[in-house]
Design a protein around this ligand. Structure first.
Ligand code: MN
Length: 259
């Protein structure tokens, strides 16, 4: 068994180390992760700069790129065989609802899925990040990894797992919830009197909907959401058909030209 671990908090993060510790009994565990924190980098891929990979200790690689770079480089180059599973995490902070599109943790699992390798993303919700919470989350990751390896995942699907920061009550199968963003941009002055801005400082809330990832974690459960990469809104497609777009002639005349 070969398992690839990665994350977006960087190679030295406590979550990654807790995960690696729990999984030793599975077989060969190879870690390929960004050499520094790359949270909120999304699915970014480095195409216009060289990547460096340093094997810090055996099977423990620090990559100079993004989480997506790390997975791509590991599966396409550093590993001589395809891993049986990719686990991304354990992220310092939940990855739920609309936040998924920003998440480097989730994007790494996405990249593995694109490369045909089963993947799960694991995040520790809350803000305290105590050692015991990472240890709990790592045990849950181990249990769910074993389940995935036993059953296999549906095609083009990966799991997004969020663990509450207290002893979990059980597992809930969930759908992606909905964030309420309060877009607060904080403006301040640097010592030279120039303005600078800080994003993401608003009060983060979510719609309290039963069956969602947020709801499960808030009530003390581990949230397991199956995700896929097809962003098509099939219900909207039905409505858009009424626009008769495909029957519309194209208007390619230059604007303002008289005819
Ligand atoms: Mn992170």
């Amino acid at each position: 068994m070969l398992i690839l671990l990665t994350n977006d908090d960087g190679i030295h993060s406590a979550g990654l180390q807790a995960l690696a510790g729990q999984l030793q009994s599975f077989g060969r565990i190879v870690t390929v992760a960004p050499d520094r924190e790359r949270s909120a980098i999304g699915h970014a891929l480095t195409l216009h700069a060289p990547l460096r990979a340093e094997e810090i200790t055996k099977d423990h690689w620090a990559v100079s790129g993004t989480p997506t770079d790390a997975v791509s480089l590991a599966i396409g180059g550093l590993l001589k065989e395809k891993p049986d599973l990719v686990i991304s995490g354990i992220n310092k902070g939940g990855n739920m609802g609309d936040d998924l599109t920003y998440s480097g943790t989730v994007a790494a699992a996405m990249e593995a899925t694109l490369m045909g390798v089963p993947a799960i993303a694991v995040s520790l919700a809350g803000q305290s990040f105590k050692f015991d919470d990472f240890a709990n989350a790592a045990k849950i990751a181990k249990q769910l990894a074993a389940t995935v390896l036993e059953h296999g995942l549906p095609a083009d699907t990966f799991l997004n797992i969020n663990v509450p920061d207290r002893k979990p009550l059980g597992i809930r199968l969930t759908r992606q919830g909905k964030r309420i963003y309060e877009d607060v941009v904080v403006e301040n002055r640097d010592p030279r009197g120039r303005s600078y801005y800080w994003l993401g400082t608003g009060n983060l809330d979510f719609q309290n909907l039963e069956g969602t990832d947020f709801h499960a974690v808030q009530h003390g459960y581990v949230s397991v959401t199956p995700l896929h990469l097809d962003l098509t809104n099939y219900a909207a497609m039905e409505r858009l058909r009424q626009w008769q777009l495909e029957a519309s002639p194209l208007d390619l005349d230059d604007a303002g030209s008289s005819s």
